[in-house]
Design a protein around this ligand. Structure first.
Ligand SMILES: [Zn+2]
Length: 82
């Protein structure tokens, strides 16, 4: 069995992907941009900067609110040092 580490889709980034083909810092920036309405996941997919989510999760209102609040926090605290 081979353990393949998926690399972040961002060209100049060497971290390994954790979500949507992006590493954690890149994913945070992408998600923030989506939440702010600057772009969409669809657009990012077309640009090759995101992949489809493999597991389809049904989001309930609480999780949506949680994600939103969390990303607000995360965008405030940019220098968490990875
Ligand atoms: Zn990255």
């Amino acid at each position: 069995m081979q353990c393949t580490v998926t690399k972040c889709l961002v060209k100049d980034c060497d971290r390994h992907a954790v979500a949507r083909g992006l590493c954690f810092p890149c994913y945070q920036v992408a998600r923030t941009s989506v939440l702010l309405g600057k772009t969409t996941w669809e657009e990012l997919q077309k640009l090759g900067l995101s992949t489809r989510v493999k597991t389809r999760r049904i989001k309930n209102a609480f999780m949506s609110a949680y994600d939103e609040k969390k990303s607000e926090r995360e965008s405030e605290v940019q220098d968490t040092g990875m």
